[in-house]
Design a protein around this ligand. Structure first.
Ligand code: SAM
Ligand code: SF4
Ligand code: SF4
Length: 372
C-alpha cells in the first residue's frame, strides 16, 4: 500500500523565474552575496535507481505507483553540455555526475566525453567525477575512464550483508559493490572515495569494521551524517550519529586520528589521517557542523532546474530557455546572464540556520532527484 505519493512536479519543484537582464560586472569567477565563488556543479542525470536505500528512496514512497520522469523531460546530453559550458566559463572547476543512480543513464560515456573537453578559466581540464552505488562499475568503469572520467565516489553503508541489504532494501550484496570498487581501481578512477551514511541503530555498529577494512586499502572512507534532506525519509535528529562521535570511536577503538588540511576551500569533507600515516578518513558533518560559509556548489536537476542549495524548495527552470524555438542565437548569452544573476543573488545557508524543527520538510527536494 502507498503511504504517501510524492509528486515530482509539486511545491518542491515549482519554479522561480530567472532574471535574464544584462549584468553590471563581467567578473569571473562569479561570487554570491556572501562572497562565495562558484566552483562545483553537480548534475543529476536520472531520477531512477536500482536501490531503495531507506534514507533516500524508501519503498513506501518510491514504489510501482511512483511517477518517475518520462525520457522527454530529461535534459539531453547536448543540453547538459551547453549548460555546463556556461558554468565553466563563469568559474566552475569541478563537475560531479549523480542521480538517482547515474550509471542507469544509457550511454553516459557520451556525456562524459563531451564534458571532459571543458577547460577551467586557467586552462586546466575540468575535474570530472561521479557518485554511484557501484553495482554497474564492473561493467562500465573502463569505458567511463576511456571517455575522460577522472574519479568515482562509491556509496557503501555496511560490510555486513544483512545490514547492507536492509539499507539498500533490494537485496544487492556487499560483494557486488566491493567488486565495483575493485573495477574502478583497475581502471585508475582513483583516489576512490567510499561514502557511508551513518544512521543510528541501523549501521552505526559498522563504523569500526568499515574503517578497519578501508584502512588497509588506498581508498578514502567518508562518514556522512544522516541528513534531513527531502521529505520521504522521516528524518529525526536522534537518528544522526555526529562526526565527532565517529572520530572518537575510531580513535578509541582502532587508532588515533589527526586532522589534515582540505584539498581546496569549500571541500565538503573534513580530512583526518591515522597517526601511523596509514590511511585517511573523511567526515561530512552536514547536520552538526554547517559548512555553508564556503559552499560553492550548484545543482542541476535531471529535467533542467537549478538549485543553489541542497535544501532549496524551489528550482530555476533553465530547460525552458534552451528549448524555446525563438531567438536561439541569444540563448547562450541569456543563459550566462541568468546564471550570473542567480549566483550573484544567492543567500543560502540552510545548515547554519537549521532548527531541530524540520516541519518545512514537505516542501524540500528529494536527494534522489537532485543527487548528493
Ligand atoms: N546513487 C548514487 C549513490 O548512492 O552513490 C548517487 C546518488 S546518491 C543520492 C548520492 C549520495 O547521497 C550517496 O552517497 C548517498 O549515500 C547520499 N545520501 C542520500 N540520502 C542521504 C541522506 N538522507 N543523508 C545523507 N546522505 C544521503
Ligand atoms: Fe539510489 Fe543512491 Fe539514493 Fe541509494 S542513495 S537510493 S543508491 S540514489
Ligand atoms: Fe551549501 Fe545549502 Fe548545504 Fe549550506 S545547506 S552547505 S548552502 S547546500
Amino acid at each position: 500500500m502507498t503511504d504517501r505519493v510524492i509528486q515530482l512536479v509539486s511545491e518542491s519543484t515549482r519554479n522561480i523565474p530567472l532574471n535574464f537582464a544584462p549584468v553590471a560586472s563581467n567578473a569571473v569567477p562569479v561570487r554570491d552575496t556572501l562572497q562565495r565563488k562558484i566552483h562545483d556543479l553537480r548534475i543529476s542525470v536520472t531520477d531512477r535507481c536500482n536501490f531503495r536505500c531507506v534514507y533516500c528512496m524508501p519503498k513506501s514512497v518510491f514504489n510501482k505507483d511512483y511517477q518517475f520522469l518520462p525520457h522527454s523531460e530529461l535534459l539531453s546530453f547536448e543540453e547538459i553540455e551547453k549548460i555546463a559550458t556556461v558554468f565553466v566559463k563563469l568559474g566552475v572547476e569541478k563537475i560531479r555526475l549523480t542521480g538517482g543512480e547515474p550509471l542507469l543513464r544509457k550511454n553516459l560515456e557520451t556525456l562524459i566525453d563531451k564534458l571532459s573537453k571543458l577547460q577551467t578559466l586557467d586552462g586546466k581540464k575540468v575535474e570530472l567525477t561521479l557518485t554511484t552505488n557501484g553495482t554497474l562499475l564492473r561493467k562500465k568503469a573502463q569505458v567511463l575512464k576511456n571517455a575522460g572520467l577522472d574519479r568515482v565516489t562509491v556509496s557503501l553503508d555496511a560490510l555486513s550483508e544483512g545490514v547492507f541489504r536492509q539499507m539498500n532494501d533490494v537485496d544487492f550484496s556487499v560483494a557486488e559493490v566491493l567488486d565495483g570498487i575493485e573495477a574502478a581501481a583497475e581502471a585508475k578512477l582513483g583516489p576512490i572515495k567510499v561514502n557511508m551514511v551513518v544512521k543510528k541503530g541501523m549501521n552505526d555498529h559498522e563504523i569500526i569494521p568499515m574503517a578497519s577494512y578501508f584502512k588497509k586499502t588506498p581508498h578514502i572512507l567518508r562518514f556522512i551524517e544522516y541528513m534531513d534532506v527531502g521529505a520521504s525519509n522521516g528524518w529525526k535528529m536522534d537518528e544522526v550519529v555526529s562526526s565527532s562521535e565517529v572520530l572518537q570511536r575510531i580513535s578509541a577503538e582502532l587508532e588515533p586520528l589527526e586532522c589534515i588540511d582540505p584539498n581546496y576551500t569549500g571541500e565538503v569533507a573534513e580530512r583526518w589521517r591515522y597517526t601511523s600515516g596509514q590511511g585517511e578518513v573523511g567526515v561530512i558533518s552536514s547536520v552538526t557542523q554547517a559548512f555553508c560559509k564556503d559552499c560553492s556548489r550548484i545543482r542541476l536537476s535531471t529535467e533542467g532546474k537549478l538549485y543553489t542549495c541542497l535544501f532549496a524548495n524551489r528550482g530555476h527552470d533553465i530547460r525552458a530557455l534552451i528549448r524555446r524555438q525563438e531567438h536561439q542565437d541569444q540563448t547562450d548569452l541569456l543563459l550566462e546572464n541568468a546564471v550570473r544573476n542567480l549566483w550573484a543573488g544567492r543567500t543560502d545557508r540552510y545548515s547554519e540556520i537549521r532548527s531541530a524543527n524540520t516541519s518545512q520538510a514537505g516542501d524540500r527536494i528529494e536527494m534522489s532527484y537532485i543527487g548528493g
